[in-house]
Design a protein around this ligand. Structure first.
Ligand code: ADP
Length: 739
């Protein structure tokens, strides 16, 4: 045995409180990481109830026990509320059950209640052990061998209501469910010119209501953090009526469960329905989404998030001093971060307290910058028309153009650009068919309602292609920019769009018409453009891949099969790596790592070994650009031949379905918020007479601009990908998770 307290003997994991999609991937990651590091792992079933009861509730896990749960909603190890754990006696029984198995480290996945309970348990550990020794239930030697309880918490909660993490496990999936439902409601509402009041979960937190409204173009939203003005009823009716007058075929009001007025009185869906019917004569229906929001298969993001956090949780338990106060592992700015657990709980409760004390500005402040930004943007885009322009203000002319392959979210971005540009008092021009269209003068002025319904549409209404202008084409584009008096350009697209925008920027000395501010916004499923860690469209593509792979898995598991799935990405392995982690692939081949014959040989041996010890399915994800010789057909044939009697092998080339489909909630939200920053950037430049051009992106999760002049230095010279790819750090995670 190791020195008492030097490293945990065994790790236990439990899920507690309300269930959330993503709890299974988190449990799987905790167990696989522990086993990877040679530590025993126990799953504690039914939350604290299982910990108190012991026996069959606490089960030692092997890696095979974690097969087949990654894609399942809810929690396979169960969750329960436990009154007994609230008592000292209950917690003493829990400690005894843990010591019997040598467990002195816990990963608790739950909400603030569960984490508070866990922290109390940790603080009492030494006393509980002393009591157990006194009662003769545990020997002194055993107690001495486990002097501390190590504890880390992960937040499993659909509400996204916890400090210490930008996203809680389950919130993205809940958003998927809400947005799917609201897309469906919009089509029926529109057919009948009906109004809908949609109630979504969120007692103290308006995250789901706000983001779902942004992602589905709801007309009004009511959230607990920001009760409406006293005359809200008249205001809402005025806005809904104005929407009808400009031709909106449906009205949707979203109300969070915990919405209140400024007096602290609840605002109910029924109250809103009655208002819309009585005041406006609207045929109004209520839809309460209820528990549907919790359920279903976790989204790609939740699977990846939960896997990252589960792995980090165990590694913290292994490396932290055992006396370190309990920590919460979360995601901040796209990075896994650790914060003192109880500080996070207190901060979380502070928001609810501010709401209770009617300090709404304080509550909004605690929610953070992107929450406030989203609320502000939503208020603008849901207007029935642009606000009147200040007299004397110059009416600049902004154009939006796509470049590169289609990416889900492009229409969402155009909608936001048109509405936010018009609201700034500018003229907004849409360029059809990318830079080829710009060269040919395919430019049209856009009105507020021209983009109605575009928030959720996949594809690219304006058209996009991979044309990069060169030679005299640059001059032709300059002529069109001059002819249409374009003052600023927003390029929302991928690799070729960036290359094209840079070409224009590079020639600004030669053609004065090109000396305008240009801003590039990353929209490509491949996530291969510089200046950003994340591009819009890739989340939709990942969800599409993961959903398809789930189906492939189901069919393959019946026949002891290896499936080689080819995904897109050109020279960039982002989609392969992330979808591989989110779908539980054993092997991932990416362009960044060359494939060698030695890799293939050892991978075949490892796969055969797995099948010999009971594996029924092998999943390999191969990026389309991984290797020109060892292509998907080759690798499949090799596995088929070498698999012999053990397994057969099949290939699945997912192809262009990955580029299509309606954008995911994240892609819609990011397309809208990034566009807003781009319009602000262009506005700042134009109002101040500036000429700077930039690429916007997420860096450390924050919206950041990088000078467009630095574009060549940020990309590889011989392959299509940026020099820096932070997501490559997750390769280690893929290795730890595979079996
Ligand atoms: P959530 O974790 O989703 O906030 P609850 O507040 O219902 O959910 O907590 C789940 C469980 O955590 C409770 O049933 C109880 O066993 C335990 N728990 C919550 N708060 C405490 C506490 N203050 N002391 C001890 N145990 C607690």
């Amino acid at each position: 045995m190791s020195e008492p307290g030097s490293a945990p003997s065994s790790i236990g994991v439990l899920t507690s409180g309300g269930d959330a999609a993503g709890m299974n991937p988190a449990v799987r990651a905790v167990i696989r990481t522990a086993l990877h590091h040679g530590i025993d792992a126990y799953a504690i079933h039914e939350g604290y109830q299982g910990l108190v009861e012991g026996g069959e509730f606490i089960r030692r896990m092997e890696i095979a026990d974690t097969d087949g749960i990654l894609h399942k909603g809810g929690t396979a190890i169960g969750t329960a509320r436990s009154q007994k754990f609230r008592t000292r006696e209950g917690r003493r029984a829990a400690a005894r059950n843990m010591l019997e198995r040598g467990i002195d480290a816990l990963v608790v996945i739950g909400g603030d209640g569960s984490l508070t309970g866990a922290n109390m348990f940790r603080a009492e550990w030494a006393e509980l052990l002393a009591e157990l020794v006194d009662a003769g239930e545990v020997t002194r030697d055993v107690a001495d061998a486990h002097p501390f309880l190590r504890l880390v918490g992960l937040v499993g909660s659909i509400d996204n209501d916890m400090s210490g993490t930008d996203m809680t496990i389950g919130a993205d999936t809940a958003l998927h469910r809400i947005v799917e439902a609201m897309d469906a409601l919009r089509s029926t509402a529109s057919s009948h010119q009906r109004s809908f009041v949609v109630e979504v979960m969120g007692r103290h937190c308006g995250y789901l209501a706000l983001m779902a409204s942004l992602a589905t173009a709801a007309n009004w939203v009511l959230i607990p953090e920001q009760p409406p003005a006293d005359d809200w009823a008249e205001q809402m009716c005025r806005d809904i009526r104005a929407g009808r007058l400009i031709g909106r075929r449906q009205s949707v009001v979203v109300v969070a469960e915990g919405a209140e007025d400024r007096e602290g009185n609840p605002i109910t869906a029924e109250q809103i329905r009655k208002l819309l019917e009585d005041e406006l004569g609207e045929d109004t229906r209520i839809t309460t989404l209820g528990h549907v929001q919790r359920g279903g298969s976790p989204s790609a993001f939740d699977r990846y998030l939960a896997t990252q956090l589960g792995c980090a949780a165990v590694e913290r338990l292994l490396t932290d001093d055992p006396q370190t106060p309990a920590q919460l592992i979360g995601l901040r700015g796209n990075r896994v971060v650790t914060s003192p657990l109880m500080e996070c709980v207190e901060q979380t409760r502070a928001v609810a307290e501010r709401i209770k004390a009617r300090d709404y500005d304080g509550a909004m402040l605690l929610r953070g910058g992107s929450f406030r930004q989203s609320y502000k943007i939503l208020q603008t885009v849901q207007q029935a028309a642009a606000r009147p322009t200040r007299p004397g203000r110059r009416r600049f002319r902004l154009a939006i153009v796509h470049g590169g392959g289609p990416a889900p979210g492009m229409n969402t971005a155009v909608r936001a650009a048109v509405r936010l540009g018009l609201d700034h008092g500018y003229t907004v021009l849409a360029v059809k068919n990318g830079f080829r269209g710009l060269r040919r003068g395919q430019v049209q002025e856009m009105g507020w309602m021209d983009v109605s319904g575009w928030v959720s549409d996949g594809g690219a209404e304006l058209g996009t292609n991979r044309d990069v202008p060169s030679g005299e084409q640059i001059g032709q584009i300059a002529e069109q920019i001059a002819a249409h008096r374009i003052d600023g350009l927003l390029m929302a697209g991928g690799w070729s769009g960036y290359a094209a925008a840079y070409e224009l920027h590079r020639h600004r000395d030669k053609y004065s018409a090109l000396d305008i501010p240009i801003v590039c916004m990353p929209m490509t499923i491949n996530n291969d453009v510089p200046g950003t860690e994340l591009s819009i469209g890739s989340d939709t593509a990942l969800n599409s891949i993961v959903t398809d792979v789930d189906k492939i898995r189901q069919s393959a598991v019946a026949t002891r099969r290896v499936v080689v799935v080819e995904v897109m990405g050109r020279d960039c392995g982002y989609l392969a790596l992330l979808s591989g982690i989110a779908s539980g692939a054993e092997r991932i081949y990416m362009p960044e790592d060359r494939i060698t014959i030695d890799d293939l040989t050892s991978d075949i041996h490892a796969m055969a070994e797995g099948f010999r010890s009971g594996k029924r399915l092998g999943l390999i994800i191969r990026s389309e650009g991984a290797d020109s010789v060892y292509n998907t057909w080759f690798i499949t044939s090799l596995f088929e031949k070498e698999g012999g009697e053990l397994f057969d092998a099949r290939q699945a080339v997912l192809g262009h379905v990955q580029e299509g489909g309606d954008p995911s909630p994240f892609d819609r939200i990011h397309a809208t918020t990034l566009t807003a920053r781009c319009i602000e950037f262009l506005s700042e430049q134009l109002e101040a007479g500036g000429r700077a051009s930039a690429m916007i992106g997420f860096q450390s999760g924050r919206q950041q601009f990088t000078d467009l002049t630095s574009y060549p230095a940020l990309i590889e010279s011989d392959v299509r990908r940026p020099v820096e790819q932070r997501w490559m750090e997750s390769r280690r995670l893929a290795v730890i998770m595979r079996r």
